[in-house]
Design a protein around this ligand. Structure first.
Ligand code: GLA
Length: 744
């Protein structure tokens, strides 16, 4: 791994064994992008890659040489207004009303390791030899702004983390109206764009289309990263599949409004931009002040989509998630939400907990409804005081009683919200986001607290920290159940209202940081009406996230499959719930529900007392199984094998680092009659090892990877052991274990 700077040609080359990222400073001072892709040899001069064409109707800066129109230069951090007619990365409103800025190279420095971004989530290193960072300073003397671009290359994989900082060095105030985290200009547009879209209860379904002239853009303007779009996009070559081919990932480490776009110009150059959504964004910079953008993480691979995902999984699992839970097997939990909703008292909860304990469950989580006047979703949010009429000894008492059962205790909170019918709102009606003189919109009967105000964050912190100090809480589910509207803060002046969305998220990050610092052993799980904030920003604070409110097994196969393109199994909250399923009313076998939930953190979301004795025995077995294999599942290498979006049958798997153990999950939506045989090609095995499948037949790794594991519908004949019974919503696990003494 190195970062080379060639003085004569002013060329930067970031390189490791996998990738090269090359830029150069043009005569105009502009920082130009030359190459991002598979590793290539270093050389002094790459300027032939500039392709600076002379074309009609272009505009040319007078300080450069003819031919370098900004319109035709692949740039690192472009701005609109001086001849580049594409979308820009930065825009600054100056005192004289001009929005023009044009940054020119000033200096750079190279250092080992990676700096943290104050107040913001970011990937990190544990020792300086894991990464190198290039910091390039550019200036626009005419407007007095300074720009610092950070590029970190990691040692082993094709990862580049980027961010930008804008500093006001002029004598007067300026308004930043656009500050993207990343711009990447690629020399062609022969890509498919894959985004991860959906809505409540069907998050992160992959959706792909070819790039073509014009703009494709995904965004959130909901104040959270959203159910609708995830801050992650993949560009892949048309022939790239799961196991081979070029792909580039763009992941934005942020939990608020974002935008990721691809703009293809008439000459087939593709510009990718990722960052805070410029809509309703502005940031006032007084002299000497800086604005640091959040981070964006780009990954390049030529090893296919599974490889791309595996790079993100490892990075986000090991160098984004933090704290003692980062590397620990996750506790098997039971959550009372779908078991009771708001209808509970202590006796009922302890009955659920006791049965769960009997079934081997390790953690009991009390969901919504334990505080203030919160007997339904009309009231009480904001009043983080136990409801003693339900819990006579409060949370302190209940948590002790749960611990006495031999389980850990977890608690649901929704710190960012307030019901108008609450003591908090009555005391501080100005503490919610609203525009004076207008009634704020309600969503789920609640308003959003103004987390851009430190005193609001302090107050909520005080209430929550009190409970956590007094009680034995080992886990927190931090929810966020509405989108932001009327985004305005009474505490900020008119010229700072464009800062509220971002300040809000900074307030959320601040509260998280204070709580995880004070209570480092608590396992945090983020949630936002299911998966509306399933983003890398959250993973920095909470190493797991509730994947979706949809707990139906077949819907979950799709949601977890889509989620896996960026996010590791260890962070996906996944529970077995009751049937008929509460979201889609589908009845799926208990085994199928467990076989899907195993590929996540695993838990239960139902009252186990309501299951038959036979089912309770099954639950004990599933719990035992998960305890035995959760290290493999949560920390092994994950592969998608067959897509539920394209097939009636789908499959995924995990394999251990030593390749001696692998677990394949196979799911069939509908049963079919007299159907063909099907082969699931396994991945990631050692070709020379022999694997016994479910303690039965054995096969060489290369056979399992090349010919596949044969599964067949029950009515279609017989081959091997894998005859599947004719039933809908069927699942099967295949445990592959390498054995030394098999002779085939
Ligand atoms: C959200 C969550 C659910 C549950 C409810 C409680 O919808 O996603 O899991 O916690 O809130 O109100």
């Amino acid at each position: 791994m190195f970062i080379n700077y060639h003085e004569r040609t002013r060329t930067f080359h970031l390189q490791n064994d996998k990738i090269s990222y090359i830029m150069c400073v043009l005569k105009t001072g502009t920082l130009a992008q030359l190459y991002f892709g598979k590793k290539i040899h270093d050389r002094e001069d790459f300027s032939h890659l500039l392709e600076g064409a002379v074309r009609s109707h272009s505009a040319f800066p007078q300080d450069g040489e003819y031919g370098y129109s900004p319109e035709h230069i692949k740039q690192e951090y472009p701005s609109f207004g001086t001849g580049d007619f594409r979308q820009g990365a930065v825009e600054i409103m100056q005192e004289n009303g001009s929005r023009l800025c044009r940054f020119k190279y000033s200096s750079h420095s190279i250092s080992a390791g990676k700096p943290s971004l104050p107040g913001l989530p970011a990937v990190y290193t544990e020792s300086d030899d894991e990464a190198m960072t290039l910091s390039i300073i550019l200036e626009d003397p005419a407007c007095g702004a300074e720009l610092t671009l950070l590029y970190t290359i990691f040692e082993d994989e094709g990862i580049i983390a980027r961010s930008a900082k804008i500093t006001n060095r002029s004598g007067s105030a300026m308004q930043l109206t656009r500050a993207m985290s990343l711009c990447l200009d690629l020399p062609d547009s022969n890509y498919e764009w894959i985004q991860f879209s959906g809505s409540w209860a069907r998050e992160r379904h992959p959706l792909s289309r070819r790039l073509d002239t014009g703009i494709i853009q995904i965004e959130s303007l909901r104040g959270h990263s959203s159910h609708q779009q995830n801050p992650f996009v993949i560009l892949k070559r048309p022939n790239t599949d799961e196991s081979a081919g070029e792909a580039i990932g763009f992941s934005f480490v942020y939990s608020g409004n974002f935008r990721i776009s691809a703009q293809v110009d008439p000459y087939r150059v593709t510009r990718i931009l990722a960052g805070i959504n410029p809509t309703w964004f502005s940031w006032k910079l007084d002299t000497g002040e800086s604005f640091q953008t959040p981070e964006a993480v780009m990954v390049y691979t030529n090893g296919g989509l599974n490889k791309l995902s595996q790079i993100y999984h490892k990075l986000y699992r090991e160098r984004l998630a933090r704290g003692p839970w980062r590397d620990r097997e996750r506790p098997i939990l039971i959550n009372n939400w779908e078991a009771t909703y708001f209808d509970f008292n202590e006796e009922k909860l302890l009955k659920i907990a006791s049965k769960a304990k009997e079934c081997g469950v390790e953690l009991f989580v009390l969901d919504d409804g334990w505080f203030g006047a919160r007997r339904n979703d009309d009231a009480g949010l904001g009043d983080w005081v136990p409801a003693y009429e339900l819990l006579p000894d409060g949370i302190a008492g209940l948590s002790r009683k749960v611990e006495d059962l031999g389980m850990k205790f977890g608690l649901w909170i929704e710190p960012e919200m307030v019901n108008p019918d609450s003591d908090l709102y009555r005391a501080h009606p100005d503490w919610c986001l609203h525009v004076p003189g207008r009634k704020p919109s309600l969503s789920r009967n609640q308003l959003v607290l103004d987390f851009s105000r430190p005193e609001v964050v302090d107050h909520i912190h005080g209430m929550l920290a009190k409970i956590l100090r007094e009680s034995k809480v080992s886990y927190i589910k931090w929810d966020m159940n509405r989108s932001i509207t009327e985004c305005y803060s009474e505490a900020l002046p008119a010229d700072r209202q464009g800062e509220v969305y971002h300040r809000y998220i900074l307030g959320v990050y601040d509260l998280y940081e204070r709580l995880i610092q004070e209570f480092p052993d608590i396992l945090f799980e983020s949630c936002a009406g299911g998966g509306a904030r399933f983003d890398p920003g959250m993973l920095y604070y909470a190493p797991q996230a509730w994947t979706s409110d949809d707990t139906d097994a077949m819907e979950r196969v799709k949601i977890q499959y889509g989620t896996s393109f960026c996010y590791p199994v260890s962070c996906m909250g996944s529970h077995v719930s009751a049937v008929p399923n509460h979201q889609v009313a589908r009845i799926t076998p208990l085994k199928t529900r467990a076989d899907v939930a195993f590929f996540g953190t695993f838990g239960y979301e139902l009252d186990l007392n309501r299951l038959s004795e036979e089912e309770q025995e099954q639950v004990k077995e599933y719990t035992r199984f998960m305890k035995e294999y959760r290290r493999l599942i949560q920390y092994g290498t994950f592969y998608r094998l067959r897509s539920p979006f394209k097939h009636n049958e789908s499959a995924w798997m995990v394999v251990s680092d030593d390749k001696k153990e692998a677990l394949v999950g196979f799911y069939r939506t509908l049963s079919r009659v007299n159907y063909h045989f099907s082969r699931i090609k396994i991945q990631g095995l050692d070709p020379d090892m022999c694997y016994r499948v479910n303690d039965g037949e054995a096969y060489y790794g290369d056979e399992l990877m090349s010919t596949g594991l044969i599964v067949s519908d029950g009515t279609s004949g017989k081959t091997g052991d894998n005859i599947l019974p004719p039933s809908d919503f069927f699942s099967q696990l295949f445990m592959l274990r390498a054995e030394d003494d098999i002779n085939l």
